[in-house]
Design a protein around this ligand. Structure first.
Ligand code: LLP
Length: 416
């Protein structure tokens, strides 16, 4: 559930503010987030496992705006990061480094150093050379790094191949069969403290089975290790819970937690960590865009909008489908439109074959744009990145100003 609804005057609102008003005040294209929705989604995870030791580590990559991170930090959220940049954002947003887990296959020594300096909760290590490097960096600093190993459970997440990460062919994690050996190595290194096991099998999963299969495999591994004297204190199940973009019916966080807790019957002291990104942020944001032109051809109708693939690349990159809804719906016979942007690429589209009644100048909202939206935007075609607004009840806060043109080339230089 989210707080983007049509109210009595027939218009789309973000919480208590008409989206039309936001577009007038801040211009378009515009990312609009709802604080109440972010909080609701975070709490859905937190309360689902309230009776079990747990930590919700929001996956910063989904939406790393400081305002978004700050809203979650105030709830006591942990954070899953994949770069030192994300770590610094968490700190700048008031997050607690002690609740940060650091994922990713390519951590540099400098990134490790900074994370150790800040005493993060855990490094989610993905390979043996990474273990060796982390041990060395920690030794140089006279520290002991807490580590979890990311295990690749080789289960099929049944999602888009670009966002499926738990198969043997993927670059992520340590092969299940080699896990005991790598844990032994980690355990033997003096500046590492083995505390966890993690996995992340993919994103936008709409079924529980792959999660449960992965958990079962990891729990068996945890038991094997225990018999060898390697005690795992937390199980990090990653992110990946899907959202409704169209008619998907992903499990609720409470269904997911219930199924997991049943599996944990014999592991009641194992802390559970979740790394949700999309499930918290996607439906807490919309991209508001204005129809610049309507172009009717013999074969197709195009709605040329002021947002483009540089603002929201998911449709182009993954053929992702996101709902496009009118901000002020019109009566009358709808037409089928392809929503395209002004960028010089055939792939520059936001949605295809959508039935809407439109006029030039109308505003539409692209739904489910709060995750992997702004963060994946670029300046292609020298387009400034758009503003981001956080709505909180009847208040709208600019959490990122629209870029200006001169900012785009301020670090570029002419030849002498
Ligand atoms: N943890 C790890 C280690 C991850 O790699 C990811 C996402 C997450 C957590 C969060 O997953 P989520 O709960 O958001 O599914 N750009 C793509 C999604 C890429 C996801 C990458 N990893 C998209 O727009 O669909």
């Amino acid at each position: 559930m989210d707080y983007f609804n049509y109210q009595q005057d027939g218009q789309l609102y973000a919480e208590d503010i008409a989206v039309t008003d936001l577009a007038e005040r801040f211009g378009t294209p515009l990312y609009v987030y709802s604080r109440a929705t972010l909080e609701r989604h975070w709490r859905a995870f937190d309360s689902a496992v309230a009776d079990h030791p747990h930590l919700i580590c929001y996956a910063v990559k989904a939406n790393s705006n400081l305002g978004v991170l700050n809203v979650l930090a105030r709830l006591g959220s942990g954070f899953d990061i994949v770069s030192v940049g994300e770590l610094e954002r968490v700190i700048a947003a008031g997050g607690d480094a002690g609740k940060v887990v650091f994922s990713g296959v390519g951590k540099t020594a400098a990134e490790m150093r900074r994370a150790l300096e800040l005493d993060i909760k855990c490094f989610n290590v993905e390979s043996e050379p990474e273990l060796e490097r982390l041990n060395q960096v920690a030794a140089e600093m006279g520290k002991v790094a807490s580590v979890s190993l990311r295990i690749n459970p080789d289960v099929d997440a049944k999602t888009h191949p670009y966002i499926s990460t738990g198969l043997r062919d993927n670059k992520f994690g340590i092969a299940f069969d080699r896990a005991p050996e790598v844990y032994r190595l980690a355990h033997s290194l003096p500046n590492l403290n083995v505390i966890g096991m993690d996995c992340h099998i993919g994103s936008q999963l709409t079924e529980l089975t792959p999660f449960i299969d992965a958990t079962d495999r990891l729990l068996a591994l945890i038991d094997t290790l225990k018999a060898e004297g390697i005690v795992i204190r937390h199980l990090d199940v990653g992110g990946g819970l899907g959202v409704t973009y169209n008619d998907e019916q992903p499990p609720l966080p409470s269904d997911y937690a219930k199924a997991l807790l049943e599996r944990l019957e014999n592991h009641m002291d194992l802390e559970l960590i979740f790394e949700p990104g999309r499930a918290i942020a996607a439906n807490a944001g919309v991209l508001v865009t204005r129809v610049e032109y309507l172009k009717h051809t013999e074969h197709k109708n195009f709605a040329i909008v002021d947002a483009a693939m540089n603002d929201l690349i998911r449709p182009t990159l993954y053929h992702a489908w996101q709902a496009i809804v009118p901000v002020v719906p019109r009566d009358g016979e709808p037409l089928e439109y392809d929503f395209v942007g002004p960028i010089c690429e055939t792939g520059d589209y936001i949605g295809k074959e959508r039935l809407l009644k439109l006029e030039q100048g109308d505003l539409v909202a692209v739904r489910s744009a709060g995750a992997y939206g702004f963060v994946m935007s670029s300046n292609y075609n020298t387009r400034p990145r758009v503003a981001e607004i956080m709505v909180d009840g009847d208040q709208a806060h600019v959490v990122r100003e629209r870029e200006t043109l001169s900012q785009l080339w301020q670090s570029e230089r002419l030849l002498p």
